[in-house]
Design a binder for this molecule. Structure first.
Ligand code: ATP
Ligand code: ZN
Length: 299
């Protein structure tokens, strides 16, 4: 690693890693990994990569060992609250961008045998979790006095082992909790992958690599749901049809050769285009509707 290259901390393998490497690939970066699988290097931009456990990423970026990192917002918030820092603390890593993958939910879950699902039923109980700070902050906000027992994994077995009464854990389908006789009852934190940056200014060359990376990431995120829509429309229905196209700014209206009554409309829709929208467009007289994916976008 050198000072002239931007240092990026990523999860080596796991639920974040797949989405992260997919995002970097879509940004046009190919990553070569060192034999020890601890370091990587982007070929197309001056970026060095440190491959680590996700839990270490907030500290590495906070302490300036790495300039930026990609981590779950759950892990970042737990780290921030655990260190007792404010979200806008100038001496700590800050959230730069939400990345829209690795979405998951931190939830309170209680044994199905509990009589009530109310938050109040967690009062005076012991809650096993890998996220004690997030859990405690949630309980404080809700005015529920309960204690937490920190566990680094397999949280869902804690009630059976009588280590705790209930749990607060990451839930995606709920199948793991179900298999252990637990039922999720309240959302403590909604999470997705985020990009974080170390406090303080970057060197000019690293700032330029960072700006390039962010432009590409913004472009990938913007184009994820974006579609290029082309259709023919009766001239008098243009305003209504344009109004139906989701998130389309200033569509192009083109003359069709030999037709006075019909025009072509081309639009970039930045929100998802549903079948029901196409059916409504058709009802307004649109014909020859084409919806094409967009690979890259740069405003
Ligand atoms: P590591 O070995 O790096 O410590 P880990 O076992 O802590 O890995 P993973 O299970 O790979 O972690 O999860 C990493 C992150 O991915 C979580 O902190 C969370 O942000 C997100 N995540 C966890 N479970 C899911 C899920 N089911 N679906 C989507 N994202 C998830
Ligand atoms: Zn981890």
């Amino acid at each position: 690693m050198t000072d002239e290259r931007l240092r990026l901390a990523l999860q080596k393998s796991g639920r974040l890693a797949d989405g992260t490497f997919d995002l970097l690939k879509k940004c046009g970066l190919s990553i070569s990994r060192a034999k020890d699988n601890l370091y990587g290097r982007a070929r197309e931009l001056p970026i060095d990569i440190l491959l680590v456990r996700d839990d270490d990423i907030p500290s590495l970026v906070d302490d300036g060992v790495c300039d930026i990192g990609i981590v779950g917002e759950n892990v970042f918030e737990e780290h921030r609250l655990g260190r007792g820092r404010e979200a806008d603390d100038p001496a700590a890593a800050t959230l730069v961008s939400r990345l829209g993958f690795a979405r998951c939910r931190l939830m309170l879950a209680a044994p199905k045998s509990w009589a009530s699902d109310d938050l109040g039923s967690y009062a005076a109980k012991r809650i096993a979790t890998s996220y004690p700070a997030l859990t405690q902050a949630f309980l404080n906000r809700a005015g529920v006095a309960a204690s937490t027992a920190e566990m680094s994994g397999s949280v869902e077995i804690a009630p059976k082992l009588k280590i705790a009464d209930a749990v607060c854990d990451i839930v995606s389908t709920g199948a793991t909790l179900e298999a252990h006789g637990l039922k999720p009852t309240a959302t403590v934190f909604d999470s997705e992958a985020i990009l974080i940056k170390r406090p303080g200014a970057l060197s000019p060359s690293n700032q330029s690599a960072f700006d390039s990376l962010m432009t590409r990431i913004d472009g990938v995120i913007a184009s994820r749901n974006a579609k290029y829509v082309m259709l023919n429309a009766p001239r008098e229905a243009v305003a209504d049809i344009v109004g139906l196209l989701p998130g389309a700014e200033a569509p192009t209206v083109l003359e069709l050769a030999g037709r006075d009554d019909v025009v072509a409309i081309h639009a970039v829709c930045v929100e998802e285009v549903f079948w029901s929208t196409l059916e409504e467009l058709k009802r307004l007289g649109a014909t020859a509707i084409l919806v094409a994916p967009i690979e890259k976008m740069m405003p």
